[in-house]
Design a protein around this ligand. Structure first.
Ligand code: BGP
Length: 478
């Protein structure tokens, strides 16, 4: 059977706001994530318009990668990482997003991180914006609703593209940009939450504002890609989609149509724009039925065409079902819920585990676009137990990852051009959806708990050695 490419990029993924900590150190400003409290699977986290006293904000310390980066990157190197997907916190470079001069200390931090990666031959894969836009832009412009954010984002890109030339080659513009097609996207992705304090699940939603804000992200992404292509020919520019594969609940044609419609507007819409360079025709009907009229500036359409991405990346954790279903069949999930699939088991957080769905999804995406793909997030959020001897025997995580890697290999054999794989949260970090530490994904355990306490000590889990052998054998030894 066809194996993974020789130059397959094995690694792991994280995001600044979920692991760096040092949220106000060395001139850093507050991002939208820094305004989010902790929550649980059943009690949603809150976003607050000001920092409240005696309240835990998990991003503020997170796992303090800011002061542990050497130790952590050395551990990644021990596993044999070829790549490390991380994000740059916009607020380290431009604390409010509106300064004209960047913050040197912030720039220096990422120099240090990239240099450390290079020391071990690890290629950084950088997400430019991963749920961490400056909160000052939320206050001033209602986040991405303001067209002004486009130029501010491009200025940020100009600075980091120039500064890290020679150190970074692979870039992704917006993490899970399609979260803006869903109400939850108002908070972390679009920042359209000016003045709002309350549960992240109950943010007032106006699809007209949401899709306008998303349009601004499309334009910003296209401008960044265009800039990179013109000035840094070796840069590889990608998009990033939260792909939640949907199966029809039954073979009832009504379920089929419903599924197709949901797949279009949640999974395909953004990448159709970012890969093909124009709004897909099916969106017109959706806009019409929802009273959405996108305000475009002259030149926007041309820009979308000129700023198409070189490769497609996505997160894949689960699949779900869509249809007209009996009561009680709902499930929870990443960004959206859906209906339970009787053939699948779910994680402790209710995310349905579906390795074969990954093979199916890779085939669907590649069939549509025929550009290289990369799975930049995947993994099992689980409760881990530290044994008395200090070991963490996370066989459930190994099983999850093994089954997904097997299916990626099947997809490669199906002819899909797969560039790499960076499982999510390669070191334990703060959960994006709940703010918990207890929802762990890592190969590396971090002693940090939900109440904010912990020594921050790192220890290797059983999956650490397992993953090292996977990488060493280029995915043959699973
Ligand atoms: C994706 C986000 C990540 C990450 C992951 C896991 O949606 O891009 O930031 O956190 O999901 O989700 P969670 O942390 O909620 O378990």
């Amino acid at each position: 059977m066809k194996a993974f490419r020789e130059d397959f990029l094995w690694g792991g993924a994280v995001a600044a706001n979920q692991y760096e900590g040092a949220w106000d150190v060395d001139g850093k400003g507050a991002s939208v994530s820094d305004m989010c409290t902790n929550g649980t699977h059943t009690t949603p986290k809150r976003i607050t318009a000001v920092i409240e006293p005696d309240t835990l904000y998990p991003s503020h310390e997170a796992i303090d990668f800011y002061h542990h980066y050497k130790e952590d990157i050395a551990l990644f190197a021990q596993m044999g990482f070829k790549t490390f997907r991380l994000s740059i916190a916009w607020t380290r470079i431009f604390p409010t997003g509106m300064e004209t001069e960047p913050n040197e200390a912030g720039l220096q931090f990422y120099d240090n991180v990239f240099d450390e990666c290079k020391k071990y031959g690890i290629e950084p894969l950088v997400t430019i914006s991963h749920y961490e836009m400056p909160y000052a832009l939320v206050e001033k412009y209602n986040g991405w609703e303001g067209r002004e954010c486009v130029d501010l984002f491009v200025r940020y890109c100009e600075v980091i593209f120039q500064r890290y030339a020679g150190k970074v080659k692979y870039w992704l513009t917006f993490n899970e940009i399609n979260s803006g097609t869903m109400p939850l996207g108002n908070v972390l992705s679009l920042g359209t939450v000016r003045g709002y304090t309350g549960s992240v699940m109950e943010v007032p939603d106006d699809p007209k504002i949401r899709f306008q804000a998303l349009h601004h992200q499309f334009v910003a992404s296209a401008k960044a890609v265009k800039l990179a292509h013109e000035q840094y020919p070796d840069y590889q520019m990608g998009n990033m989609i939260c792909f939640i594969t949907k199966y029809p609940y039954t073979c009832n044609p009504d379920d089929m149509i419903l599924t197709q419609k949901e797949m279009q507007m949640t999974n395909w819409f953004c990448s159709d724009v970012q890969v093909r360079g124009y709004y897909p025709s099916y969106a017109e009907r959706y806009f019409e039925e929802n009273g959405i009229v996108i305000q475009k500036e002259p030149g926007d359409d041309a820009l979308l065409k000129e700023g198409t991405v070189d490769y497609y990346t996505f997160s894949y954790y689960m699949s779900t079902c869509t249809g007209i279903a009996p009561e009680g069949s709902a499930t929870s999930g990443n960004l959206v819920g859906g209906l339970k699939n009787p053939y699948l088991k779910a994680s402790d957080w209710g995310w349905q585990i579906d390795p074969k769905g990954l093979r199916y999804t890779l085939n669907e995406i590649y069939g549509r676009y025929q550009i290289p793909l990369m799975v930049v997030e995947n993994g099992l959020g689980a409760y881990d137990k530290v044994e008395e001897d200090g070991s963490v025997n996370d066989d459930y995580r190994i099983d999850y990852l093994r089954e997904h890697i097997e299916q990626m290999r099947e997809a490669a054999a199906d002819g899909v051009d797969l560039m790499g794989y960076t499982p999510w949260g390669c070191i334990d970090l703060v959960s994006a959806s709940t703010g918990e530490m207890a929802k762990r994904y890592g190969f590396i355990y971090v002693e940090k708990y939900d109440d904010g306490t912990g020594t921050l000590a790192r220890r290797r889990k059983k999956s650490f050695d397992w993953y090292r052998q996977v990488i060493a054998s280029n995915g043959q030894q699973l």
